[in-house]
Design a protein around this ligand. Structure first.
Ligand code: DLL
Length: 432
């Protein structure tokens, strides 16, 4: 009945044996195929033969988002490009995005992860699954899509946006499961109430992730849409949606541990923390062929729970990410680094960084992004038309780099508060 539940319920000794075998094989393969990994191993004086199993995981070198940038676009891939059948991309810390690649087998395994999660919440071939995550370079749309096909459900690939039509489709096509970001789910719920069509919905469950959301938001979505709302976590670098997911108990997200080993480390020292501690989440991919990663620093702050789950799955559960150990923001589901906005400003001003502040808020369940930029000598003008032109240019640049709209306001010199220590570039007023 459940998709691959025997793997999800594998006794831990058996699971750990499998992880060990896969880790040893993965390290050997990456040492041969990925120059940066080989270099990091050599720097530590480590050979693949020093790694005997998961007990040696902590010895291995970390990998970082910066590595993807340094090796842009394909330098970390472990197979020739003719074996890569798909790429996806996500925000890097500056203008360039980071690129990830999948072999045919990687896509199969990814579909398995999402299929497990859909089946864990009771979805099957009788369901109509509306995928309202964005399709494209973002992993949400196509990731959820393949998993929904894998369980034999009828997929309704609406992608994100076009809300009224989205809702009409939901009503007319009889969608039973909705996949989108939690903030878009809140917005849909509100629009459904305005359109007065809630009683025409057949929705029973929603799978929401890609950004932080709270238990309060869960309650509002569940009430607003009349469904059960489940959390799903993932990141492009490791796979996309489905790295971990909630079961029907809604008590933490089971990590697909036969494919990914999670660790919790101290973000400052890199030390592995004792079980149950809160720290930075790190992942090692055990089965990925195209773009494998060892000990990838997610920057998500998290805790792992090894207690058995009532559902019978033995795979460890992670809590909702409780913040980041870097300055990444997630705005309308899009990852945004303040450094990307700074880069736009430098480009527009021709090299000098003006004083600026980024203000993020949530209005009517929708994230807003305002960027206040102080006028400088070079930018200074009292011609209102020029101000508007400049604001528009910055807005357009931000849209082209980040893919999201922002309201840019040029403000008078010395009106943005100076801080005595590190400049406070971000004010996030959202209560998540
Ligand atoms: O957000 C993949 C995804 C798509 C996950 C659809 C779930 C559903 P990225 O764009 O690379 O990938 O962003 C990854 O988003 O490191 C977290 O900080 C955050 N994130 C993802 N899922 C959750 C979640 C996709 N359920 C980054 N709760 C991650 C909180 C999440 N944060």
């Amino acid at each position: 009945m459940f998709y691959q539940k025997e793997i999800e319920c594998m006794p831990r000794p058996e699971l750990e044996k499998l992880q060990s075998e896969r880790l040893v094989a993965q390290v050997a393969r990456m040492y041969e195929k990925v120059p940066l990994f080989r270099q990091r191993m050599d720097e530590k004086g480590l050979k693949p033969s020093d790694i005997h199993g998961i007990e040696d995981l902590h010895k291995l070198p970390f990998s970082y988002k910066q590595d993807l940038r340094d090796c842009y676009p394909y330098g970390l891939f472990a197979v020739p490009m003719n074996e890569i059948v798909r790429v996806h991309a996500s925000s890097g810390t500056t203008g360039k995005q980071i690129v990830v690649g999948y072999t045919r087998k990687d896509l199969e395994m990814w579909a398995d992860c999402v299929a497990r999660m859909l089946s864990a919440i009771g979805a099957d071939e009788n369901d109509f699954i509306q995928v309202s995550y964005g399709y494209g370079l973002f992993t949400g749309g196509l990731g959820a899509h393949s998993g929904a096909e894998r369980i034999g459900a009828t997929v309704i690939p609406t992608s994100a946006g076009n809300t009224q039509r989205q809702i009409q489709t939901m009503v007319d096509f009889g969608s039973t499961v909705l996949c989108c970001t939690p903030s878009y789910a809140m917005f849909l719920a509100e629009s459904i109430a305005e359109m007065g069509v809630k009683d025409q919905l057949k929705l029973k469950a929603g799978i929401f992730g890609a950004e932080p959301w709270s238990e309060e938001m869960r309650k509002s979505i569940e009430a607003g849409l009349g469904i059960k709302a489940y959390d799903i976590y993932g990141l492009s670098e490791i796979m996309g949606p489905g790295v971990s997911y909630e079961c029907e108990k809604q008590a933490g997200m089971h990590v697909c541990e036969d494919m990914f080993i999670p660790e919790i480390i101290d973000p400052d020292t890199g030390e592995v923390l004792p079980r149950g501690s809160k720290g930075e989440l790190v992942f090692t991919t055990l089965t990925k062929e195209g773009f494998p990663l060892i000990r990838y620093r997610t920057r998500d702050i998290c805790q792992l729970n090894y207690e058995p789950c009532e559902c019978g799955r033995t795979h460890v559960r992670m809590c909702k990410p409780q913040g980041r150990s870097d300055d990444m923001l997630i705005i309308r589901g899009v990852n945004v680094f303040p450094s990307q906005i700074e880069e736009v400003l430098m480009k527009v001003t021709g090299g000098t960084t003006p004083n600026y502040v980024i203000i993020v808020d949530r209005v009517n369940n929708n994230d807003t992004l305002d960027v206040n930029v102080e006028m400088t000598e070079e930018l200074f003008t009292d011609d209102v038309k020029n101000i508007e032109k400049l604001e528009k240019r910055i807005t357009d640049e931000i849209r082209s780099i980040l893919g999201i709209g922002a309201k840019v306001h040029l403000v008078n010199p010395k009106t943005i508060a100076r801080s005595e220590g590190k400049a406070k570039r971000v004010i996030d007023n959202r209560k998540i």
